[in-house]
Design a protein around this ligand. Structure first.
Ligand SMILES: O=C(O)CCC(=O)C(=O)O
Length: 277
């Protein structure tokens, strides 16, 4: 079958390396318009988008909801995982200019509770993402080696939930995923990846849909909440969530809080410490 959006080379690179990038989603102007919508919401509700409040904002903000269900992103995802697509969760990875925040080498699948590790994660840039601004860096092919040992550091500047890190030793052959606003990368939840602090003078804004799942994936760490994306209806082993009905609607906030409380339990399963998520 003809791919809907990805090129053969992108699909091959995903199969082999565990990621493909860059993938065009929208024009730079459209991405900047989305950035302005997001920044208007940030100004209006600063607490809601504070660094510890950035999980699953697609459930409460229309701009993030529209990105998570964007038809071009869905087409690319369909090329990788097939026509039945569930939207599991989102994270805003925002690094301010000069922000010391970084992401240590890790594999997303480690603490997500989702089994098997099928599906794909989309990372959409709303500002330039490059070596200077702290783009993601991937170890090609590292998704093939199963889940490696992660050490929880809870490091202050480490943006990850537990500051979890893999010791990759001296053999760092990371590939930087350089994106202009409106491009995305797609990655396997088992790929080893990291990112450096933002040394640029602009914000680095990544909207991450983590992950798009085919229906057979289950949440084995607790209750699994998903939205329908495409194809067959949400299967009964998940709890189906409705889409955001606007910005900061009271019912949506109640639902997002419930989803995030369960999500924090799953992410912190067996952890010695917790951050305020
Ligand atoms: O945005 C970043 O710098 C890291 C994001 C990441 O680790 C992920 O999306 O899995």
């Amino acid at each position: 079958m003809m791919p809907k959006h990805l090129t053969d080379a992108q699909m091959q690179s995903y199969e082999e390396d565990g990621f493909c990038s860059p993938v065009d989603v929208m024009s730079e102007a459209d991405a900047i318009a989305l950035r302005h919508r997001l920044e208007a919401v940030e100004r209006q509700f600063p607490d809601v988008l504070a660094p510890n409040q950035r999980n699953n904002t697609h459930l409460i903000l229309s701009v993030i909801d529209e990105i998570a269900h964007h038809p071009v992103i869905m087409d690319a995802v369909e090329d990788l995982i097939g026509p039945d697509i569930l939207v599991f969760g989102t994270v805003l990875f925002i690094k301010e200019p000069g922000d010391p925040g970084y992401v240590s080498w890790h594999q997303d699948a480690t603490y997500m509770g989702l089994e098997p590790h099928d599906g794909t994660t989309a990372w959409l840039a709303l500002s330039p993402s490059n070596a200077e601004s702290g783009c993601m860096s991937m170890l090609p092919g590292s998704w093939k080696n199963g889940i490696l040992t992660h050490t929880d550091t809870f490091g202050d500047d480490n943006i990850l939930t537990r500051g979890q890190e893999i010791d990759v030793g001296e053999t760092d052959n990371g590939v930087d995923l350089v994106l202009r606003p409106g491009q995305m990368s797609l990655h396997n939840r088992r790929i080893v990846h990291s990112s450096q602090p933002n040394r640029s003078d602009d914000r680095r804004i990544g909207i991450v849909i983590q992950s798009y799942l085919p229906p057979h994936v289950r949440q084995e760490g607790g209750e699994g909440f998903v939205q329908w994306g495409r194809g067959e209806p949400v299967p009964p082993h998940h709890t189906a969530l409705k889409r955001a009905s606007g910005d900061m609607m009271p019912d949506d906030i109640v639902m997002r809080d419930r989803v995030n409380a369960e999500w924090a339990k799953i992410l912190y399963d067996n952890a010695d410490q917790k951050r305020d998520l």
